[in-house]
Each structure stands twice: as C-alpha cells, then as structure tokens.
Design a protein around this ligand. Structure first.
Ligand code: AHM
Ligand code: MG
Length: 299
C-alpha cells in the first residue's frame, strides 16, 4: 500500500513528514469537512488553519488534531496515535477564524485520542469522566471496554526522554533524580518506560499510573509538544481521570495560546507525581534565586 517511509516533505515545524502523516491528515479532513458540524480545523501538518470548503455548511465546532502522533515509530511498527480536541466556536457566523482556534484548554467540549497499539482504542472525554473503547475488528465497532477511567494518584512509571538530561534545568533534573530514588525526601523511586509516542506513553501512565514529561531543554526552549493539539487535549483527559497537567508553572488548561502551533513544556499524569515535579522545579528555582541574592519568586 506504500504507506511506510518518508513523504519527502517537511511540515510547518520543519519535521520530516511520513507518508502515513499525510494520509492520516487527509483522511481526517475528508471525514470532517462535509458534516455540517465543523467551521474550522487546525492540524499539526497544516501551517494555516483549515476552513471548511465553500460548498459545505459550516457548523458550530472547531476541531484541532495531530493526525498521526509518534510518527518516528511508524516504520518500526510501534504504537502511534491520533489526538483530537474540540471547542465550540466563539464567532457567530462564517467559516471560523483564528479567534475560534486560540482558546484556552478549559474551553474544550471534548478531547480524545485513538491509539493504534496491540489493539486499537478510542479514549475520550466530554468533561464527564474518561471512557475507553476497543475496536472489535470482527464487527467494525468500538466497544466500551474501559468505563470511567481513574488514574492512580501516585504512579509506578515515569516517562521522559532522558537523553536530554544534560540540557534540562536543574529543577527538572532534580525531579527525575527523585524518580530514580536518589532524593532522600522522595523515596518512591519509579520504573522508567518511554516509547517516544505521546499517546502510547500517556495511555500507559493513565491506566497503570505514572507521569509523562517533555520539559523545555536547551534545544527546545519551549518544549517540543504543541499546546493546542497535543498538550491541551491530553491535559483535559488527565484531569477528567483525576490526574493533573502543568507546563511546570501553570496549569496547561489555563494557558491561552497565541498561535496555532505554539509549543509548551508538558508534565502530565498521576496527580501527586505532577505536584512533586512542579514543587521541585519551584523549590530549585527559588533556592537558586536566593543564592544570587534575589527574592523568592513567590514573595
Ligand atoms: P510528532 O507529533 O511529530 O510525532 O512528535 C511528537 C512526539 C510525541 O509523540 C513524543 O512524545 C515525542 O514526539 C518524542 O520526542 P523525542 O523523540 O524527542 O523523545
Ligand atoms: Mg505529535
């Protein structure tokens, strides 16, 4: 079917597009544009927002998506996913505007992901808990297999790309040392699991308990992941399952995006683990400020 490998093209983020990125992007746009429910879309693979074509009726929702997340895993047949986020439009007519797209995550009416793993799962929330469905290929339907997912307050796992360790701030390094079991005041060492596919890493931590992080580093000063179609939908799901999500300082869902492809650091998952990371980042920063004679940032 010629679906593996590079599409010999780069997307707006300067990343090499895979053939499956392009196919997934086109499939989602084609599936939404004629429904009469959507006025504008935004995709990781399209530089500009995507208005509904003139021949179709625009609807009242905005849909943002990462059509194929974790695409470096495609050619090695590891799990990848699709992430989506839905908002109500704020404009009252027409084919949608940037103002419809640039809404904080708290305004989401739905968010979810599909994970193409050993089975295909749909996990979503509309603000009334998180529910997981598994595809039964014999009937072609998604069946409710994980009603009311609640994530443990403290997780077993931490998931982060530790090859970036030397490029992180000291606060993040200290938190990860805590997960190694190296901090005397934090004795709950964790097991490490990292696939490099946000959907798959997040899904494991959601079900088994754990924390996923993609912090800022010297190469990616604003983090790598995108606020609107990666961080915010996952944050909505995490909070609805009893977990938490922060950029290290601010709740992800309260961040007001300034642009469609804005990036953000992400710390997400089990509530107490996320709090530990945020507290550690603040503590390390405050003691560094005090050491150079500047006041505590909270005072
Ligand atoms: P993508 O949307 O281009 O696939 O990039 C996002 C992916 C996430 O799924 C994953 O968490 C992260 O990039 C992995 O990045 P790295 O290889 O730097 O660890
Ligand atoms: Mg992605």
């Amino acid at each position: 079917m010629d679906i593996l490998g590079s599409a010999q093209n780069r997307n707006v983020q300067g990343e090499e597009q895979q053939k499956l990125d392009v196919l997934a992007n086109e499939t989602i746009k084609e599936s939404l544009k004629f429904t009469g429910r959507v006025c504008v879309m935004g995709s990781e693979e399209d530089e500009e927002m995507i208005p509904i074509p003139a021949q179709y009726r625009p609807g009242k929702y905005v849909v943002l998506f990462d059509p194929l997340d974790g695409s470096s895993n495609i050619d090695v047949n590891a799990a990848v996913g699709t992430i989506f986020s839905v908002y109500r439009r704020v404009s009252d007519h027409g084919r949608g505007s940037l103002a419809d797209i640039l809404q904080p995550g708290v305004q989401q009416v739905a968010a979810g992901y599909v994970m193409y793993g050993s089975s295909t799962m749909l996990v979503y929330t509309t603000g009334q808990g998180v529910h997981g469905f598994t595809l039964d290929p014999t009937i072609g339907e998604f069946l409710l297999s994980h009603p009311n997912i609640v994530t443990p307050a403290v997780g077993k796992y931490y998931s982060v790309n530790e090859s970036n360790f030397a490029r992180w701030d000291k606060g993040v390094q200290t938190a990860v040392r805590g997960f190694h079991g190296d901090l005397p005041e934090y004795i709950q060492g964790k097991n490490s699991r990292y696939i490099g596919s946000l959907v798959a890493d997040f899904h494991r931590d959601l079900i088994a308990g754990g924390i996923f992080m993609y912090p800022a580093d010297k190469k990616n000063p604003n983090g790598k992941l995108r606020l609107l179609y990666e961080c915010a939908p996952m944050a909505f799901i995490a909070e609805q399952a009893g977990g938490a999500a922060t950029d290290g300082e601010q709740r992800i869902l309260e961040r007001v995006p300034a642009s469609l492809h804005e990036r953000s650091p992400l710390v997400i998952g089990s509530r107490d683990d996320v709090r530990f990371v945020a507290d550690t980042i603040a503590r390390v920063r405050d003691s560094a400020l005090q050491a150079v004679g500047r006041p505590d940032r909270r005072s």
